[in-house]
Design a protein around this ligand. Structure first.
Ligand code: GLU
Length: 285
């Protein structure tokens, strides 16, 4: 008997570090429309691992704002902070396979050796300098509990990676050149975004990840984690970032228009959505 086609499963994964702005709203709306077009399901994931920046009032606000926009999801919200043991189990697998190494260097050390400005504006991690990497045959110390040191994935230097993005088409990167050994666990005993995201997208059986184009470089790192953990990777659809009239990325603007400001100004969700003038191709039609 033929297996039925897998049901489309998408997710909205906001971080409650501030109020959602119009850029988030458009990405989440595209994610919703793609799930709808595929007669699929959508889950809401609360990416609340950044303890210093995440706040409970933003969790409530993001749900209210998404509902105001008319976006709905079928399953109870999942919070990453409640799933640490799952990420820790994945870390233990990476450790057992010898794919990670402990790193006592500070972010400042890495930035100076990588020749990156200290106040690097980009959220992307600097390329980890080869001279900081332990030799491959260095015995790994055990994982402690709690973990008090950063752990990084040793990337396969020079390997060319590619995936076909649902919106941008074929994407390519070379490990060790376009990105380096990246964090999987932090010395404050928290998983990195990359590890938590892969473990969750796999556990939630997500078939397509829809998110902003600023995360395309992260997708390559995540593909390495899927492989290292023996998990199937989902499809990826990255949305072009929203810019203002001057071409400045919305998320980078101090006053990035919060949805609630737009709403207080009297704009309706219908007007917002109409303003995005999304071509049909974005929705897979
Ligand atoms: N929570 C992440 C963010 O808001 C997005 C994660 C993802 O979609 O993979 O930037």
């Amino acid at each position: 008997m033929l297996n039925p086609a897998p049901v489309y499963r998408g997710r909205l994964a906001p971080s409650p570090t501030g109020l959602l702005h119009a850029g988030h709203a458009r990405t989440f709306w595209i994610a919703t429309e793609r799930a709808r077009a595929a007669h699929g399901r959508l889950a809401l994931r609360n990416d609340d691992l950044d303890q210093a920046r995440c706040r409970p009032e933003f969790v409530t606000a993001m749900q209210e704002d998404l509902h105001w926009l008319g976006l709905t999801w079928e399953e109870p919200m999942v919070s990453q902070s409640a799933r640490i043991p799952l990420y820790r189990a994945a870390l233990a697998r990476l450790h057992a396979a010898g794919l990670i190494f402990p790193c006592a260097r500070s972010r400042r050390d890495v930035l100076s050796a990588a020749g990156a400005p200290h106040e690097a504006e980009e959220a992307d991690e600097p390329i980890y300098p080869a001279q900081f990497r332990p030799a491959p045959d260095t015995p790994l110390p055990p994982l402690t509990d709690p973990i008090g040191i950063n752990w990084r994935l040793r990337v396969p230097d020079g390997e060319s990676l590619s995936f076909t993005d649902g919106h941008f088409g074929r994407q390519q990167a070379v490990a060790g050149r376009d990105f380096g050994d990246f964090l999987v666990w932090r010395k404050d005993d928290m998983p990195s975004y990359q590890l938590a995201c892969v473990v969750d997208d796999a556990a939630m059986r997500i078939t397509e990840v829809v998110r902003g184009a600023d995360l395309i470089q992260s997708t390559f790192r995540q593909l390495l984690l899927y492989r290292a953990l023996g998990l199937d990777a989902p499809a990826f659809y990255h949305c072009p970032l929203v810019t203002d009239d001057q071409g400045v990325r919305l998320a980078k603007r101090q006053d990035a228009l919060a949805l609630r400001t737009i709403r207080a100004q009297g704009k309706t969700p219908t007007e917002m959505i109409a303003g995005w003038s999304t071509p049909d191709t974005w929705l897979g039609r």
